[in-house]
Design a protein around this ligand. Structure first.
Ligand code: A2P
Length: 314
């Protein structure tokens, strides 16, 4: 898995073509999408055009997509991976992740967070992670996924999979940045030979106040990109704050998938392979760990009653 990928949550269909082309031009070979992002088709179409030109081939890129919460039943795994492959116009993905540890009812394959007439989310309380994992393993056998993994899982949930699997999770993805360093979870994954991909590595500066409110108490969170310490370190290395935050994670041995639709930022974000942070600067950035989590999915009604919500709400 290329350690530097492009996150695509919130990437719109109109933006996809330019974004994919620019990213490929400046060296990205890892694209992270999800059924829930509703942009698989646009990303797939852009890549298909590129592949048709012949310079970059399917096997040169690493494509990640994810089983949505509305597909969290063993019988639905194959169905949702087929929908993703059709969207992407590909016959396999490089990595298929279980997007979240909890499930919602599936109403129409489209509404990823369905609600009842009172606007309450239709949680599916019957989620069985081990049964779902067995079906994920079948997707590898079928050749539809080269590798499989999880996302937004806790140590306990990953351990349960490890204790009961035929194919180990190759990778796990979770929110990780200087304000939420996740040392215990990262150590656990690395000790177990599971690679880690940090999502929202910049601290998700694009999240609106409204989403922040749903993610926890109504506090004003500081903006990681505006941290004085990060600016000072950036000046020292003649880099920008985003590059410092990304390099910090890369030097911890994590993969990163910053999202950007801005062509300049797509280019500058990946320009991090020509310098090394000194260990004293790594230590300084380690002091910023404040356990500020942008994504806790608290906006879902009854999430706390879901039997697998452990590790999601904290
Ligand atoms: P944009 O798409 O306009 O570039 P994260 O991956 O941590 O969730 O961050 C994604 C958000 O950060 C997006 O809103 C993106 O906006 C913004 N972003 C990406 N790269 C940079 C950068 N180099 N400087 C500032 N903001 C950035």
């Amino acid at each position: 898995m290329p350690v530097f990928g492009l996150g695509t949550w919130m990437l719109t269909i109109d933006e996809a073509k330019d974004v994919v082309n620019t990213a490929l031009d400046v060296g990205y070979r890892h694209f992270d999408t999800a059924f829930y992002y509703k942009n698989e088709n646009a990303i797939g179409s852009a890549l298909k055009e590129v592949f048709a030109k012949g310079e970059i081939k399917r096997e040169d890129v690493f494509i990640v997509t994810k089983l949505p919460p509305i597909g969290m039943r063993a019988k639905d795994v194959k169905h949702f991976l087929k929908l993703s492959l059709d969207n992407l116009q590909m016959d396999y993905v490089d990595l298929y992740l279980i997007h979240m540890c909890f499930g919602l009812q599936n109403v129409n394959d489209t509404d990823c967070f369905p609600t009842d007439s009172e606007g309450k989310h239709l949680m599916d309380m019957t989620t069985n992670l081990l049964e779902i994992w067995r079906e994920m393993e079948e997707m590898v056998d079928l050749g539809w996924a080269k590798s499989i993994g999880v996302s937004n899982f806790s140590i306990g949930q990953i351990q349960r999979i490890l204790d009961n699997c035929r194919i180990k999770p190759a990778n796990t993805q979770f929110e990780c940045h200087a304000y939420l360093q996740q040392n215990e979870l990262v150590d656990f994954c690395h000790k177990n030979g599971i690679t880690v991909c940090a999502y929202s590595p910049l601290g998700c500066p694009g999240v609106t106040t409204d989403l922040r409110k749903t993610s926890g108490p109504e506090t004003e969170f500081p903006i990681l990109l505006n941290e004085q310490l990060i600016s000072e370190i950036a000046t020292k290395y003649n880099k920008d704050p985003a590059q410092i935050l990304l390099k910090f994670l890369l030097q911890r041995g994590l993969a990163v998938i910053p999202k950007s639709s801005n062509l300049k930022r797509i280019k500058s974000n990946i320009n991090v392979f020509d310098f090394q942070l000194e260990s004293s600067d790594m230590e300084k950035i380690r002091t910023l760990d404040k356990h500020i989590r942008m994504f806790s999915f608290r906006f879902l009604h009854n999430l706390e009653k879901h039997p697998e919500c452990e590790g999601v709400i904290d």
